[in-house]
Design a protein around this ligand. Structure first.
Ligand code: PMP
Length: 427
C-alpha cells in the first residue's frame, strides 16, 4: 500500500464487526463509534433492514451492468430527484464522492464551455485529478497541475485570518465583495462554484447561514452554476435541514448536487443530481460499470426508507444539540479547547496550543486517548487540529451522554499533557 494512504493511530486499528453505534476490534474490544466510518455508516452498523436488502439482492443477482434496466436504480433516482429540491432533476449514480464531483465538473464545464471554476479555501472534494484540483486544503491536494483553472474564494473558514473578528453580516458582505472583485478580474467564462455547505475534512466549519444565497445572486449575474457537495452534509445530518444547501436557500436551489458516503450505509453509492438541461449537455455516451448496481441500490433504498420513516434528521437535530451541549459542559474551562461548533450530528472540537495556534498534537493525543477509553473520533482541519464527531444518525441520548463524558475525560488528559510538555512538535 502507498505511503500516502492515511491511517489513524500509532498502532492501526483493525475493526471486525459492528452493531448499532458500536464496533469491535480484532481483540474483541468494543468502541462507541463517533465517527461512523467517516459518515459511511449513516444510520447504524449492521442495520437489519439494509443487511436484509443487500443479502436478498446478492442472492438474486449481484450485478448486470447499467446497460440493462434495474428497478432499484430507477426508484432510488426518482426518490433522490424528488428530495433534492432541484427542479426537473436527473440523477446519475457513481461509486464514490470523488467520482460524483468529477461528473459534476464534467457537466458544468461542458455546459458552460469553460474549465474555470471557483472553489472554497480549505475545501475537500476527493482524490481524482479533477477533484484535487478544486481541493483548497493543501494537505489533501498533492499536485498543482490540474485540468481545471481554479480560483479559491473566501468563506469556508472564519475562525482565523483577517475575517475572524467580523459579525455574520460583515463576514458575508466581505466574502461577497471578495467574490465580486475576483470575478471582475477574470478573463472569459467561469463555469461553476463548488462548495461544501459545512466543510468536512476542513474541520466541520460552516459559513453563516445565507452566505451561499448571497453568492448565488452574484453568480447568477454571470450565469455561473452552483454545485453543492453534500457528500458529508446530506440526508439530514446537519439536523435543521435535509441538505446543507437549504441553510442557503433564499436565492433558490443549486444547479447541481453531489452525494455519496452515507446513503448506502457502507455500500458504495454516490451520484450527481442536476437540472435536465445541465445533465443532458454531454454529446457522447457515458456509463459507470458499478455505479447504480443492484446490490448497492437496494441498500440505498432500504437505508433511505429507514432514514425517512424514523425521522433521523430530527434525531440528528435533537441528539446532536444535546451532544454539543454536553461536550461544552464536559470541557468547560479547558484551555486546549478553542471552540465546539456543531450542526446536528456534525460537531467539530477545535484544539489550540497555549499560545493560541492550532494544535495538531493535541488532536493526535486525543484520538489515541479516546481509543484507549473505547471511543472512536476523527480529526480534520487544515492543520489536523480539529476533532470531528459524526456518529451514525440513530445515536441515542444515553450514547451521546456517555460519549461526551468519555471525551471530557480525554480532553482533560490532553490538557494536562499539553500544559506540561511544552514545545510544538508532534508527539
Ligand atoms: N466530497 C467531500 C465533501 C468529502 O468529504 C469526500 C470524502 N471525504 C469526498 C467528496 C470524496 O468522497 P470519496 O472518498 O467517496 O471519493
Amino acid at each position: 500500500m502507498p505511503e500516502w494512504l492515511a491511517l489513524y493511530y500509532r498502532e492501526p486499528l483493525e475493526l471486525t464487526h459492528g452493531e448499532g453505534r458500536y464496533v469491535w476490534d480484532a481483540e474483541g474490544r468494543r468502541y462507541l463509534d463517533f465517527f461512523g466510518g467517516i459518515l459511511t455508516t449513516m444510520t447504524a452498523h449492521a442495520l437489519p433492514e439494509v443487511t436484509k436488502a443487500v443479502a436478498e439482492q446478492a442472492g438474486r443477482i449481484l450485478h448486470t451492468s447499467t446497460l440493462y434496466l434495474d428497478r432499484h436504480m430507477v426508484e432510488l433516482a426518482e426518490r433522490i430527484a424528488a428530495l433534492s429540491g432541484i427542479p426537473d432533476a436527473r440523477v446519475f449514480f457513481t461509486t464514490s464522492g470523488t467520482e460524483a464531483n468529477d461528473a459534476a465538473l464534467l457537466l458544468a464545464t461542458t455546459f458552460r464551455r469553460s474549465n474555470q471554476v471557483l472553489a472554497m479555501r480549505n475545501s475537500y472534494h476527493g482524490r481524482s485529478f479533477s477533484a484535487v484540483g478544486i481541493t483548497g486544503n493543501s494537505s489533501w491536494s498533492p499536485t498543482s497541475l490540474s485540468p481545471l483553472q481554479t480560483l479559491y474564494v473566501h468563506g469556508g473558514v472564519r475562525t482565523r485570518g483577517p475575517y475572524a473578528q467580523l459579525s455574520d453580516a460583515e463576514f458575508t458582505a466581505a466574502c461577497v465583495a471578495d467574490l465580486e472583485d475576483m470575478l471582475g478580474q477574470v478573463h472569459g467564462t467561469v463555469a461553476a462554484l463548488i462548495a461544501e455547505p459545512v466543510q468536512g475534512v476542513g474541520g466541520f466549519t460552516a459559513p453563516p447561514d445565507g452566505l451561499y444565497a448571497a453568492f448565488r445572486d452574484v453568480l447568477q449575474q454571470h450565469g455561473i452554476l452552483w454545485i453543492t457537495d453534500e457528500v458529508q452534509t446530506g440526508w439530514g445530518r446537519t439536523g435543521d435541514h435535509f441538505w446543507g444547501w437549504q441553510a442557503h436557500a433564499a436565492s433558490g436551489p443549486p444547479d447541481l448536487l453531489t452525494f455519496a458516503k452515507g446513503i448506502g450505509n457502507g455500500m458504495s453509492v454516490g451520484g450527481v443530481v442536476a437540472r435536465a438541461e445541465v445533465m443532458n449537455c454531454l454529446d457522447a455516451n457515458s456509463i459507470s460499470t458499478f455505479g447504480g448496481s443492484p446490490v448497492t441500490m437496494a441498500a440505498g433504498l432500504a437505508n433511505l426508507t429507514y432514514l425517512l420513516e424514523h425521522d433521523l434528521q430530527g434525531n440528528a437535530r435533537r441528539v446532536g444539540g444535546l451532544l454539543a451541549e454536553r461536550l461544552r459542559a464536559a470541557t468547560a474551562g479547558l484551555a486546549v479547547v478553542r471552540e465546539i461548533r456543531g450542526r446536528g450530528l456534525m460537531i467539530g472540537v477545535e484544539l489550540t496550543e497555549p499560545d493560541g495556534t492550532p494544535s495538531p498534537r493535541a488532536a493526535s493525543l486525543a484520538l489515541e486517548h479516546a481509543r484507549e477509553a473505547g471511543l472512536l473520533i476523527g480529526k480534520g482541519g487544515r492543520e489536523g487540529h480539529t476533532l470531528r464527531i459524526a456518529p451514525p444518525l440513530t445515536l441515542t441520548v444515553a450514547e451521546a451522554e456517555q460519549g461526551a463524558e468519555i471525551l471530557g475525560g480525554v480532553l482533560r488528559r490532553v490538557q494536562d499533557t499539553i500544559g506540561t510538555i511544552g514545545g510544538k512538535e508532534r508527539p
